[in-house]
Design a protein around this ligand. Structure first.
Ligand SMILES: [Cu+2]
Length: 164
């Protein structure tokens, strides 16, 4: 018992010598929090209850950001086509990875295929244009795709997670 007390009282010197590490850690955590806050601000986050705005880039042949997550509710997507050809934006609810999604004979995403629910919302976005699309999404895993021509085959998709 006595030794246990001694052991318990030993830490102060150890703690003192170790102080810089926790402080460094705290600073790092603060940095992460600030980054997240900035990300939230960049995503619009703007006040109105449960709705948010997400900037999505459509290029030849990529949807950015590559992995997105957001809270459930009404989400307004600001779709910017920074590419040189028409792109679209469609929402698919699925637990499958994009690479596992069913495809048609010509390599497009099979919108009626198994393992997915095609929610549509597909907006045709001309090059250089911006289109706004608002959808109410419930918690779950999603994939955003451009299913024009062979764009899906070229991996023009991104994963999206909705958290409660
Ligand atoms: Cu496309």
């Amino acid at each position: 018992m006595g030794t246990a007390v001694v052991v318990r009282w030993a830490p102060p010197t150890w703690l003192a010598s170790d102080v810089p590490a926790p402080i460094r850690d705290l600073k790092r955590r603060a940095g992460v929090l600030v980054a997240l806050a900035l990300l939230g601000a960049a995503c619009g986050g703007g006040g109105s209850s449960g709705s948010k705005t997400l900037a999505v880039g459509l290029s030849d042949y990529e949807i950015t950001p590559r992995a997105i997550d957001a809270k459930a509710g009404s989400i307004t997507f600001e779709l910017s086509n920074v590419g040189t050809v028409h792109h679209e934006f469609a929402v698919v609810r699925t637990d499958l990875a994009p690479e596992q999604l069913p495809v048609t004979a010509d390599g497009k995403l099979d919108e009626k295929g198994g393992g997915l629910t095609y929610l549509g919302g597909n907006e045709n976005v001309p090059p250089g244009q911006q289109v706004t699309l608002t959808m109410a999404l419930t918690p779950g895993a999603y994939v955003f795709v451009c299913n024009i021509d062979d764009h899906f085959k070229r991996k023009m998709y991104t994963r999206f997670y909705i958290t409660p």
